[in-house]
Ligand binder design. Structure first.
Ligand code: NAD
Length: 493
């Protein structure tokens, strides 16, 4: 039984300095980032605000460690043991990690402790376990001639992460990157740096050599940009907004054409056909996936595209379900949904709600609930113009738009009329419809009669402006390596 969450949160000793070459260090200019907690307004200032000069030191340490092969030359079994050790240490420190993330992001402790952090640890173990079971290839094109196709590490790899699920996204990236033999420099979001800074010390304790695992804290425009532009960084892997994703591509082009992986935003459609036999389940799953974590989930289904024949019944069920996601105190162990990340994000979401009203859409969820923390109520808009900004742009908040359609053709056309292509869903009990719609949906992940399915064995990633490349699964090893072909000729004996 976990007790005194709030008291423990107040008592936390929080490391806020960057972790470079095995040591916590201040930014060279001693600059720090000022911010306050979204839960109680408490001062959270003090994270080192690294600049280009700090990034250069981190990249240099990573480069030296890579060239010295202190990590690269470890056997796959040794790397695996060390990452298993890190997973064990994270498990032992799970409560502290969950508290750090709660304090800094305002998402509920329950989410972090029972869901997000266990998932991150499980992913770390999945990758560690796979590394010596993943083979390269040999091809014999002619007698006495063969070619090997091997995956080689990139070298120094930069990893830039967002704030909405700090450790999950970091592990999706650093676990396969390290297991391929790379040295990493991680730039966490300035809104969520505490837990990865703590993990850096645990990584060192687990046996990851100094210089191999670095964390540079700071703003995106300074630390993130310097990392993405650095000529000694051979790969940059980013999760965040599509606008910044496009900048990352530019930085790669302006510098050394480094390999780029992008996991960006979404405006994912959730189609409900008149052939869906379980509208109640569809409404439950939709409400959970759009309102969980205040809608701050990249793959959240933010567009419900519903057949007009069943729309009225479906919407009634959906309004009821939405009321299970009213934000509460993040420190309460029963709280499902906590705060929104900060005032700016809250204002951004509220501005979108105003735009929706001004465009003639109608809010159909209750608006008179008394909120004690920084958050936004679950908001459902009906009578939405598919061309309006609330229907087209990523809001990254608890806002759902409902668009009525009179055929599956129309549903597919509206679903695909988006610059994004992360996830999508079709709810139907008609087999032909399920197959045809899922094939036609333009998305990296399609769910049939479900949403948000998640497993380490399955790749995650989008198309169009939702990104390039895959996180998770064995496909992730391909991201953090390049493919080398080696021709071998044998003399006849
Ligand atoms: P963001 O793009 O503002 O920031 C993401 C990261 O990029 C942060 O570390 C930030 O400091 C850094 N950054 C910002 N500007 C930069 C620049 N010019 N150069 C280099 N780095 C820079 O995104 P966010 O607000 O932190 O996260 C929300 C966004 O992330 C949403 O769009 C969401 O959809 C997306 N996201 C996508 C996935 C996915 O897997 N597809 C997962 C989580 C979040």
């Amino acid at each position: 039984m976990i007790q005194n969450i709030k008291k423990k949160a107040f008592a936390l000793k929080i490391e806020k300095r960057a972790f470079i070459n095995g040591k916590y260090v201040n930014a060279l200019d001693n600059d720090i980032i000022h911010k306050v907690s979204s839960i109680d307004g408490r001062d959270l200032s003090g994270i080192s605000s690294c600049k280009e000069a700090d990034v250069n030191i981190a990249v240099d340490a990573a480069k030296k460690s890579f060239e010295a092969k202190i990590w690269l030359d470890k056997l796959p079994q040794e790397k695996k043991e060390i990452l298993f050790q890190l997973a064990d240490l994270m498990e032992q420190n799970k409560e502290e990690l969950a508290l750090l993330d709660t304090v800094e992001t305002g998402r509920s402790f329950k989410n972090y402790y029972f869901d997000s952090i266990p998932k991150a640890i499980q992913t770390l173990r999945y990758f560690a376990e796979s590394v010596d079971k993943y083979y390269d290839h040999t091809i014999p094109p002619r007698p006495n001639v063969f070619a090997t196709i091997t995956r080689e590490p990139l070298g120094v790899v930069g990893l830039i992460t967002p704030w909405n699920d700090p450790l999950v996204v970091a592990i999706w990236k650093f676990a396969p990157a390290l297991l391929m033999g790379n040295s990493v420099v991680i730039k966490p979001a300035e809104q969520s740096s505490f837990s990865i800074l703590r993990v850096a010390a645990l990584a060192q304790k687990a046996g990851i050599p100094d210089g191999v695992f670095n964390v540079v804290t700071g703003f995106g425009e300074t630390a993130g940009k310097a990392l993405a532009l650095h000529p000694d960084v051979s790969g940059i892997f980013f999760t965040g907004s599509s606008d910044v994703g496009k900048k990352i591509l530019q930085y790669a082009g302006q510098s050394n054409m480094k390999k780029v992986g992008l996991e960006c935003g979404g405006k994912s459609p959730f189609i409900v056909s008149k052939h869906c036999n379980n509208l109640h389940k569809a409404a439950q799953v939709l409400a959970k996936n759009i309102f969980y974590n205040q809608g701050q989930i990249c793959s959240a289904p933010s567009r419900a595209i519903v057949d007009n024949e069943i729309k009225e019944d479906f919407v009634k069920l959906l309004i009821e379900e939405s009321q299970n996601y009213i934000p509460q105190d993040p420190f309460d162990i029963d709280t499902e949904v906590g705060c929104i990340i900060n005032k700016e994000q809250q204002q951004r979401v509220l501005d979108y709600i105003e735009k929706g009203k001004n465009a003639g859409a109608k809010i159909i969820t209750p608006c008179d609930v008394d909120l004690k923390h920084l958050c936004v109520l679950p908001t459902i808009f009906d009578q939405v113009d598919p061309e309006s900004s609330i229907a087209k742009e990523e809001i990254f908040g608890p806002v759902l738009v409902i668009i009525g359609v009179s055929s599956m053709r129309e549903a597919i056309s509206i679903a695909n009329n988006s610059k994004y292509g992360l996830a999508a869903s079709i709810w139907t009990n008609n087999l032909d419809e399920a197959h045809q719609v899922s094939r036609e949906l333009q998305a990296g992940i399609v769910h049939v009669n479900s949403y948000g399915d998640d497993d380490d064995t399955v790749p995650f990633g989008g198309i169009k402006e939702s990104g390039i490349g895959k996180d998770k699964s064995l496909y992730a090893f391909d991201e953090y390596s390049y493919v080398k072909t080696t021709w071998v000729h044998l003399d006849t004996i």
